[in-house]
Ligand binder design. Sequence first.
Ligand SMILES: [Cu+2]
Length: 211
Amino acid sequence: MSARARSAVLYGMAAISAMLTGALLVAVFGAVRLGMLISSVEDEGIKLGKPFALVDQNGVRTTEATHAGKVRLVFFGFTSCPDICPTTLTDISALLDELGDKARDVVPVLVTVDPERDTAPILKNYTAMFHPNVVALAGTPEEIAAVARSFRVVVKKVPLENGGYTIDHSTGVLVFDRTGLFRGMLDSHEERADWRAKLERLIAEPASTNS
Ligand SMILES: [Cu+2]
């Protein structure tokens, strides 16, 4: 190979390597930007869920309008869940404690996916372990199934060998702003600081767009 050909090959390799580095940089920055997007909430909300009527842990009828004007953190779970549900509620409770007074207008709403076992009194005992703002909702199996469906939540009853059952369910926390629009999720894999940033932003927003 002549010196000129060799240098052409080297030049070509350098060019390819520069392109690869460029692609890598784009990929890295892309991922960072994506991370920023994930850790924020959507600027524009969408409607999610249909009107419902369930009862809370105190037996009080609760609908989609009951906590209007507040930031709602809706998630589906059940009191015998061994791990995801108590962890989520513990993390949310810690976050609300941290937010102090600002947590006044944040309502975590646990909708049971185990309507046969999670009656209002059971939910009352359970929520007593967490932040006082936590609301837990019970209903008939039909009512619960309809609510889960309308929030696009997947629930699956799984029989256990001992004759009992457990319930697989979607685990993300659905975040609704003060106007009742869905703005994003709190995901269990995110930093809790990101959860906090999302909440603080939504708490700061007005309850009505014309105020
Ligand atoms: Cu669970």
